[in-house]
Design a protein around this ligand. Sequence first.
Ligand SMILES: [Zn+2]
Length: 389
Amino acid sequence: MTKKSESKIERLDYPIKTLPNGDTQNLRVFRMRGTGPGPKVYIQANVHGAEVQGNAVIFELMNFFSNHEFKGSITFVPMANPQALIHKSGTYTQGRFNPQSGKNWNRNYTDITECSHFNLNEFVNNNNNNNNETENVANNFKEYLYLSLEKERENLSKRGLSEDKSPNLILQELAAPADIILDLHTGPKATRYLYAAEYAKEKVKDLPFPFTLLIPDEYAGAMDEACFIPWVKLKEVYEKQGIDFKIPIESYTIELGSEEIISMSEAKSDAARILHLFSQRGIVPEKSLEAIFLPKTEQRVAMLSDYKTYYAPKGALVEYIASPGEFVAKDQPLYRLLNFSNLHHEEDLGECLQEVLAHEDCYIINHCPSAVINKGTALYQVMTNTFKF
Ligand SMILES: [Zn+2]
């Protein structure tokens, strides 16, 4: 029997947008504190409006932590982008791009290391790590990150904050003190996979989702990168001084299947995988997971450069033959196109259908959710040259 935790859910509402009628749109942030010191975890979901499954996973995790003891603290931000959530086109949730600017909501984060007031050399000079005081340095750096993000907000606010920057800066500030950052997304029609930075590749085995894409230790605008890049650069500055510094934080984007789907049963498996990571980091004791079913998973990994996209060779209707998660061997069919432009006589009927084969062995990660496609539409995203953990 596990003892019921003393922790309560604390709720903080952050006003993120005022509407023309004077109403305010809020970000709802929930925090749970454990029974002793331990890692700080930050989990957000649904920055892209149609990618909703992470909210169900947050619910499962809150439920777990309401009933079990844990160490440290956890900040949950479900529905982290309320304006994207209500961005509908017919019955479909668009929610990937800001309709006013056209920008992808997950490319709007700030690379704080590129801001003029952020000075890594100065920080390192004030925080020499000679005695391997990584924990002290890390705490000071988290504080510095938070204050730098606040300063950036202040600077940008002088002429008003853009709708692209404002909500994302709040999310970054909330994540700045965290040791583990999880940004929960989904693909269009997708299997379950995660993005992990190359520096953290050894740690990925503790987060047993079936597929992992290893991304370079570089900034490309996404939340996971915005969180880990300052640490990568901090390590580089220490290394130049001949000082070893192990990056103490982990930051992942997890893709939980397909958009527009809530599955409470899948959310239990998703939460079990995340709880496994937490048990390996000392947040929850392994014995408290005994009653939780962790799906047995073979983990496949590929470099981002081996993540390949198939684009439609022509406009057509498409039948997706290969499904997310499936292995497809070279020259096996991926998809079929239906197009009537070559039909003039009944003997031409065969010309209407075209089957497209896999160029090389691959695992299907994503496919486009629509059957109606133009030439050049991204149809499939596949992993090639995968290796097993
Ligand atoms: Zn997304």
